[in-house]
Every structure is written in C-alpha cells, then in structure tokens.
Design a protein around this ligand. Structure first.
Ligand code: GNR
Ligand code: NI
Length: 178
C-alpha cells in the first residue's frame, strides 16, 4: 500500500485547525488504514491527519509493544486532565528533535469511533500523553510551541537546512519506536 507524505515543521499547513468528521463511510476507513500504515512505516506511536495534509479530526495511535493494537480516534475532546508530568517528546513532523514538555498523566475524553459511535474513555501514561500530542496537531499546535522561541526558531532553521540538503533524519530504519 502507498504511504502518505508527512509534512515537516515549519510548514504552515501544520498550523491549520482540522474540521470535525461528520460522515462515517468507507472512504474514512480507507484513510484511517492508510494513516496507520504510514505511522507504522515511520516508527511513530501516533499520527494526526493534519500531518499528512488532511484537515480532518482523525488520529491513529498504537502505543503497544507488539505494534498490533491500533486505536482510531475521531473528533476526540479532552474534558478532564490531572497529574502533571514531564514528557520527553518527539514528532514525525519535527524529525530528529526531542525535548521535555509538560503533559498530564491522566485524561478523560469523549471520542467517536470509526463507525460513528460515541464513547466516554479514560487514558493514562504514554497513551494519555500521545492523545494530548495528537489533539494538539488537530488544533495546529506542535510540541515545539511549548519550548522557547529561540529553541523553536533554531529547530525550524535546522530542519529547513537539512531538508534542502536531503538529509532529514528518518526513523524508518530504526527497529523501535520513540
Ligand atoms: O512517535 C511519536 N512519539 C511520541 C513520543 C512522545 C510523545 C508523543 C509522541 S507522538 C510521535 C508521533 C507523532 O509525531 N505524532 O504526531
Ligand atoms: Ni507529532
């Protein structure tokens, strides 16, 4: 299956606000599966549609060791967060850069599944952190936005330079996910 192209910071298309999904058809399932394949190939634990230039509130996640427990989130909304933690994060749209950001270890959220059914769920730990990171994407936000402007600008310049040289680091050859 063909994979989707992932946009890289500071691409302004990553700043768009994604739209709610209202139609639950085969096309949505096909897109979700394509995103999942792209995420697995890129060695990520999550991927938001906006990262592949699709302005929809769709997220795929797999934080399992075996990489065989995919989760699809449509129109997720967090309504409760607790227990602040420091999280060491990376992002497929910010290749090669990692830094600490503040997240919450526990969340409660409402989410629609791929068939259109609404659920009330809780998550903790890495899954909770990943959901927060991915919902930020749907709102045009990246983990680098929590860093200083100086750090963010340096990262933007380095990515642009490496990209122009065709030297952006890729996780594709790495046998584990970060
Ligand atoms: O692969 C990823 N790892 C990760 C690590 C810590 C916190 C969040 C993430 S998500 C990231 C994949 C990605 O960029 N999703 O948008
Ligand atoms: Ni990301």
């Amino acid at each position: 299956m063909d994979t989707l192209k992932i946009l890289h910071f500071p691409d302004p298309r990553l700043r768009q606000i994604a739209d709610d999904i209202t139609i639950f058809d085969q096309e949505l399932k096909d897109l979700a599966n394509k995103m999942l394949v792209t995420m697995y190939e890129s060695k990520g634990i999550g991927l938001a549609a906006i990262q592949v230039n699709i302005k929809k509130r769709l997220i795929v996640i797999d934080v399992s060791e075996g990489r065989n427990e995919p989760i699809f989130l449509v129109n997720p909304v967090i309504y409760d967060k607790s227990n602040k933690v420091q999280s060491e994060e990376g992002c497929l749209s910010v290749p090669g850069f990692y830094d600490k950001v503040e997240r919450f270890n526990n969340i409660k959220y409402k989410v629609t599944d791929i068939t259109g059914k609404v659920h009330d769920r809780e998550a903790e730990g890495l899954l909770a952190i990943c959901i927060q990171h991915e919902i930020d994407h749907l709102d045009g936000k990246l983990f680098v936005d929590y860093l200083s402007e100086l750090k963010r600008d340096r990262i933007a310049k380095k990515i642009q330079k490496l990209s122009a040289q065709g030297k952006l680091p890729s996780r594709k050859s790495v046998p584990y996910s970060i």
